[in-house]
Every structure is written in structure tokens, then in C-alpha cells.
Design a protein around this ligand. Sequence first.
Ligand code: ADP
Length: 355
Amino acid sequence: MKINLFSWLNKSRALDLNALQWALPLFLSVTAILFELAEHLQEGESLDLGFDAEVIIFGFMGPLIIAIIIAWMREIMSAERKTAAQVHALNRELENKVAERTAALEQRNIELDRANRELQQLDEMKSEFVSLVSHELRAPLTNLNGGLELALQHADTLPAFARRTLETMVGESNRLTQLVQTILDISRLEAGKLDINLGPVALRPLMEHAAEVVLIPKNRAIEWKFTADLPPVWADEIHLEEIVRNLMRNAEKYSPPASTIYLCACQEGDHVRISVKDRGMGIPKESQQYIFERFGRVHSGESAPPGWGLGLYFARKLIQAQNGSIGVNSPIWEDAKSPGAEFFLLIPVATFSEE
Ligand code: ADP
């Protein structure tokens, strides 16, 4: 609308100037000649050279100069009009392009949205499938474990090699059960279906119980360190012990059997720091983030301790669900052969208001 009004004004001004270019000089010329004629005739002068000169100067040259000035102004205005028209055309072109690109982007957004929804559906189907399979595997595995344990209790009469085979089968079956349970827990956690019951948890009995289950049966030397007046933390007791057991199991698995494992819990500001240190093979700096990924393993191959690379992945998810965090330091000893590793958890202290 603005542009239309502007061009109309421009057009009417151009018409005015067109008329003015001829009308004004003509009017001035006629007026000047008549004036000079009247002046000279009134004063009784003859139409001599003075009269001619004045007519040429005032009657022709003056109006001519004015005509030239008006023509020059017309030129400027016409150039201005052309520029305005060009700007207007460019504007329209730009608007068209923006509209085109916006439409293309909207289309792309719709496609991305659709792809995203499909991926989410696939992910949900995958989680449901994994969850279903693990669930279905659990029952037969429990029966298998029970049967094997029973058979082992009555294996005194069996030859030594048969007994050893039975023991290996018990170990492997337990490992498989643990894997299935971990997969089930991970898929539940990822689907937001794992119950996390936060409350005040006393750490000392929790850690002692975890060590009794994981390290004492292996006759591991343990060095304890608890700071006095250790406050309770705000966590899920069962899941926290699961994480601590996992760290102890790793320390036991990835360090020489005769070496000591160091367990510590101390307050750091509004968190408690639990740490599990070993004198094992350590973890190279460049792999320290990778081991928290799904299936992230540093030590693999024939001679490596058995594992699936899921324990630390699950531990990180599980501690984050309790508002805590997990980290690793390695090397921790000045011993090139056994640089060792320290895994630590930071868990919020239970405050009075939470309780
Ligand atoms: P898994 O032990 O079943 O392979 P984890 O997720 O528990 O799976 O550990 C991932 C990897 O991190 C392990 O494969 C191992 O390479 C490395 N790792 C974990 N704990 C230790 C440790 N205490 N010392 C050295 N390496 C470790």
C-alpha cells in the first residue's frame, strides 16, 4: 500500500513537471517580452539594440535556463522512480524466495517429525521385545540354577572331572542369569518403569554388606576408610547397593587376586563420596569415557576376564536416576605394571527437609 501511494505521488509529480517544463518558460518568456515592449513603448523609445538585448536575456535565456533546470529535475525524479521500481521488484522476488524456502522447510520438518515418530515406535518395540525375551528367559534360568545347585550339593559321589564340570555350569548359569537381569533392568530403566524409591540410606552397613557378598567369599584383603559421623545419603538402598557391588565385582575381576581393595566413604560438601580402589591393570585415559557406554569394554579377548560391558553403563544410568554421579581415576599408583583404578560415586546427603 505504501509503495503504491509512493509511486502514484511520483507519477503525478512527473506529470506536473512535464507540463511545468514548457508552461513556465513560455509564460516567463511571454511576460518578459510584453513587459519589455510595454516599457520601451511607454518611454517612447524605439525598439533598438537595448530592447533586443533585454528580450534575448529576459525573454529567452532566462526561461531557457529554467526549462533546463526543470528538465534536470525531471531526470533526477525519473532515475529515482526507476530505482524505486527496481527495489520494489527485488522485494517481491525476495518475498517469493522466502515463502518458497519456508514451505520447503515446513515440508522437511513434517518429514523429520514423521521419521522421529517412527524411530520412537521402533525403539519402543525393541525395548518391549528385549524386555519380553529377558522376562521369558528368567523363569527357565531360575529352574536351571536351582537344579544345578541341587545337583552340586549331591555331587560328592561324582568323579572329580564331573564335579568340576558341574561347578563351571553353575558359574556360567549364574553369569547368564545376572546378564538377563541386567538387560531387564536396563530396559525397565530406559522405559521409565524401574521403581526408584529414594530415602535416607546409611552407607556403612550397605558397603559392608556388599563386601560380604562380593569380596569376602573371594578372600580379598580389604582396607576400609570411613569418616566419622558419616551422614546418611538420599538414595534407593537396593539400587545403590547394586551399583556398589558392581564396582567391587569389577575391582575384584580386574586386579590380581592377592592385591588389596580399598573401600572408602567420606563427606564432600553436600555429597558423600564412595570410592573403590584397586591395584589392577588400570584404564587408559582415552578409554575412560567409553567404558560408561553400552557394551564399552577395554579389556577383551581370550585372556580378559569375562564380561558384557553393560555394568558401568547401567551403573551410570542408575546413579543418575538417584541424582548422583559416577567417575573414574586411573592411574592412581606410581607402579607402571599395576597403575590401578578408582571408581567413585557422588551421592547427595539426606537433608532434614527431605527426611
Ligand atoms: P564388564 O566388566 O562386564 O566388561 P563393565 O561395564 O562393568 O562391564 O566394565 C566396562 C569395562 O571397563 C570393562 O570391560 C573393563 O575393561 C573396564 N573396567 C571396569 N572396571 C575396571 C577396573 N576396576 N579396572 C580396570 N578396568 C576396569
